[in-house]
Design a protein around this ligand. Structure first.
Ligand SMILES: C[S@@+](CC[C@H](N)C(=O)[O-])C[C@H]1O[C@@H](n2cnc3c(N)ncnc32)[C@H](O)[C@@H]1O
Length: 293
């Protein structure tokens, strides 16, 4: 799923280009930390490096960034880009971090805890490597975020003769804005959350279709064997084209069926509501470190 950065990079780019209101999500997330500039920061599950640049910009007084990922492919792609000097990359598992106790001031675990087989083990590792007073920053989505893409895929299945409800992928349900609290509260008594409601607004079909296509690894295992991915994505494309004002012939019928829904939208826009947010958990200060602080 994360063998190379391409599918993830498509999604990161889509969020950057098509989110309304326009917001720099990584910057928004990082602004929840009271930065000094000299921190040692761990970005675990760094992926295609969405947080690398903005984190390094905040390390103005000699701080450093350790970016780790389980996937060698991700790290290889990230290493091939020009990266800022306070960055070093490593291959590692969030459940067994190759770092000493108390070595980090901030740990970023963004949009990744829902992939980890034992979330509790990863949170315990983060707690171990944080200094007292340090922060865990864990961005994730609300459970129903971007539900419209799923509805679109379900409609395509129905149109192709395979009506079905697509069960939610583990990533949608294991660590969400709604159910993430207990994973963190066991070790971090101080947990706060901030939520950001926005939408992906597509003026044309192609980038919306590319987004769904980038999730092939997540959808395909849950589809009937007889249903070819290329046929499905072709149908999704026809449906979205019909809603963005550039229907192909066969899109006409769908256009009419969707009329009611479209009344709520501006002509030609394909709008996907999303809710993301961030947990900020602070490691308790020991009496000694509280005195020093
Ligand atoms: C959705 S991406 C998030 C990337 C980045 N943090 C962001 O927010 O753009 C999830 C990343 O977590 C990585 N990952 C999954 N399980 C992991 C684990 N147990 N330890 C470390 N990284 C892991 C994947 O390889 C992938 O790069």
């Amino acid at each position: 799923m994360y063998a190379t950065e391409e599918p993830l990079a498509v999604r990161v780019r889509t969020h950057r280009l098509y989110t309304q209101p326009k917001i720099d999500f990584p910057a928004w997330v990082l602004d929840h930390v009271p930065w000094r500039g000299d921190e040692t920061v761990l970005d675990i599950g760094c992926g295609s490096g969405a947080y690398v640049e903005p984190a390094c910009q905040r390390l103005t007084r000699g701080g450093r960034l350790l970016a780790g990922d389980l996937s060698w492919g991700m790290l290889r792609d990230l290493a091939s880009k020009p990266t800022p000097p306070p960055l070093s990359l490593f291959n590692g598992d969030a459940m067994r971090l190759p770092l000493p106790d108390g070595g980090c001031d901030v740990v970023l675990a963004n949009h990744m805890l829902y992939h980890v087989p034992h979330i509790e083990a990863a949170v315990a590792e983060v707690h171990r490597v944080l200094q007292p007073g340090g922060y865990l920053v864990a961005a994730t989505n609300a459970r129903d975020s971007m539900q419209r893409f799923i509805t679109e895929v379900e409609e395509a299945c129905r149109a192709l003769g395979h009506p079905m409800k697509i069960p939610p992928s583990p990533a949608r349900v294991r660590f969400t804005l709604e159910n993430g609290w207990p994973f963190l509260r066991t070790l971090f008594p101080n947990v706060e959350q901030d939520v950001l409601a926005s939408a992906l607004v597509f003026p044309e079909a192609a980038p919306a279709v590319a987004y769904v296509d980038s999730l092939r690894h997540a959808y395909e295992p849950r589809l009937p064997d007889e249903l070819e991915w290329q046929a499905l994505i072709g149908q999704v494309e026809r449906q979205i084209r019909a809603q963005t004002g550039s229907p192909r012939d066969e899109g006409r019928e769908r256009e009419e069926e969707r009329e009611e829904e479209r009344e709520e939208e501006r002509e030609g826009e394909y709008r996907v509501a999303k809710t993301s947010g961030v947990f900020i958990a602070q490691k308790t200060l020991t009496p000694a470190s509280a005195l020093e602080a």
